[in-house]
Design a protein around this ligand. Sequence first.
Ligand SMILES: Nc1nc2c(ncn2[C@@H]2O[C@H](COP(=O)(O)OP(=O)(O)OP(=O)(O)O)[C@@H](O)[C@H]2O)c(=O)[nH]1
Ligand SMILES: [Zn+2]
Length: 347
Amino acid sequence: MLNLLALNHLGWRPFFQQQLSLDELEDCSVARVMEHHRSSYELMSDEGYMALPANPNYPAMTVGDWVLLDREHRLIRLFERQSLFSRKAAGSRVTAQLIAANVDTVFIVCSMNQDFSLNRIERYLALAHEADVEPVIVLTKADLCDEPEQYVEQVRQLDSLLMVEAVNALDISSVEVLMSWCRPGQTVAFLGSSGVGKSTLFNSIFQENSQHTSAIREEDSKGRHTTTSRSLRCATGGFLLMDTPGMRELQLADCEQGVEQTFADISEISSQCRFSDCQHDGEPGCAINAAITNGKLDPRRLSSYQKLMREQAINGASIAERRAADKQFVKMCKTIQSGKKARKHEM
Ligand SMILES: Nc1nc2c(ncn2[C@@H]2O[C@H](COP(=O)(O)OP(=O)(O)OP(=O)(O)O)[C@@H](O)[C@H]2O)c(=O)[nH]1
Ligand SMILES: [Zn+2]
């Protein structure tokens, strides 16, 4: 039987449990992927850490995934995900690479200095929306900034419902405002460009909440890497922090829905344009142009929207092409297999 109390602190919830049959609930165990190494996955279950050797027959898995295991700790299957960050992999063969699964909240980190950029925040928002992850905008370096409220206000103007917090990432008491998103069982990740304070925030939140964790880790003598660059870490507060470098290189690809959701105001206004395919480029009856003229829409926001739409279309097209090719390959395999089965029956 599953130890639900322990699993809940790892992020287990009804969404995953509903994917189990009664027999599986009795006989199997479940575990979460905490680290992804070249030749193995490190899993955490209600019984502790264990290694799962990688196998080319396994489905693509990533940090944060939940897996179903048999009594011998062999993989039965991967659970359907609640959310997923993926990115276009570098190289000529364009394919989506899985970065992080089942993240609940992403802290979109931006510093309140010359690096502050609404366009960049919008880009990260599109990624969060596409991944189905709740975004919180965390503005750092409040201690170095004369008027943090001014930055907070600018972000609020993107969307009045956005959650925004200004902090000094170095100061644990200042970071306390973020703890309402770090509740037991919650998985939190960080997005933001270099130098904005992601590692600093991570450490402030983690150190404050992890006195016991290091003790548990020291007891674990199975030669696990305590300093790893790609991992999900449990804090004693019962929440999990995701620290994966892949999140730092996330690109927009095949992300139309995420961009649309980020710019819901633009979608709404453009539904009133006279032509349904209006490019908002001087066409008659363009509601977007009218909104810009009467100050209801910031022209910066329109150009940011158009830029992100173009970018995701370019990056997404090649992935779509690859997906189509993959589908065809699977179909071919199925045809071959059903041919084999048919021949077996005939024999
Ligand atoms: N004064 C002050 N300094 C900060 C704050 N946040 C981060 N810093 C400093 O800014 C520098 C960069 O912070 P990091 O946490 O390394 O930034 P990062 O986002 O992890 O950067 P990458 O690892 O390159 O992605 C460090 O020297 C931090 O000490 C803050 O809120 N206030
Ligand atoms: Zn228009």
